[in-house]
Design a protein. Structure first.
Length: 252
């Protein structure tokens, strides 16, 4: 007999959650309104169950689940395109939101996505057999990137991550390599965007766009350059002082 584990996640009401997942290409395979709200969505091998709670607060949720895939790049691209079609832009703060695709320090290539119910879906693809967190590097700029990424994603503390990068970017005798500088600036711009710090985001983006890399360096910073392009496109699409909200749900 085979076993299967399916997460059952909370939400305040079902409809915004179901609209979100159907926009991503999921099918609602079951929906019950009474006596207890309950629904199931499925897309390929991904199946998620949801139950409604009237007193539930999505912004205070700690619920999460892990989705393992052998095509994390494909899912990320598909989900981003679907969200842009549904909301007019790709939401990356508030609820719902989707984060950037990146290689983690524990050997998994992943992105994080939060639905309108506040549930964090971690979509990842292992890059090897060892999925323990690597020790922090000794080199100061690599160490700053390591700790800032952990705070930004694993701890969901963008303000703390921003402080680490700001300290690393202060003038000093030692300078980061061009790739390190690009990564620090792109992550700082990403964090500023999440925090709603428009001027800090614009400044970091301008500085990142000015970094010059060789062809070999560009390949090693492929994800960061892709994220830079996404953030620059977002800045051009959303006028300053406007949150860009459109469509359904609580996109901010």
């Amino acid at each position: 007999m085979g076993e299967k584990t399916v997460p059952i996640l909370p939400c305040r009401t079902l409809r915004p959650v179901l609209d979100f997942y159907t926009a991503l290409g999921f099918e609602v395979t079951f929906e019950q309104r009474s006596p207890n709200p309950y629904a199931v969505v499925q897309r390929g091998g991904i199946q998620l169950h949801f139950f409604g709670m009237k007193r539930y607060e999505p912004t205070e949720s700690f619920s999460t689940c892990l989705v393992q895939t052998d095509d994390v790049d494909g899912l990320h691209a598909s989900f981003r395109a679907s969200l842009k079609a549904a909301y007019g832009r790709v939401p990356n703060r508030g609820l719902p939101r989707i984060g950037p695709l990146k290689d983690t320090s524990h050997g998994v290539r992943q992105f994080l996505m939060s639905d309108p119910g506040g549930n964090c879906i971690r979509v990842g693809q292992p890059m090897g057999d060892d999925q323990h967190h690597r020790p922090a590097p000794e080199e100061p700029f690599a160490r700053a990137l390591h700790h800032a990424a952990l705070l930004a994603d694993s701890k969901e503390d963008p303000a703390g991550a921003a402080r680490i990068i700001d300290r690393a970017l202060r003038p000093r005798d030692e300078r980061p390599t061009p790739v390190q500088l690009l990564r620090l600036l792109v992550l700082r711009a990403d964090l500023a965007d999440r925090l709603g710090e428009e001027e800090a985001a614009s400044s970091a983006l301008a500085a990142a766009a000015a970094v010059r890399l060789t062809a070999e360096e560009q390949e090693s910073a492929r994800d960061d350059l892709e994220r830079l392009t996404q953030l620059l496109d977002r800045e051009l699409a959303v006028p300053r002082g406007h949150d860009g909200g459109a469509g359904r749900g609580e996109v901010r």
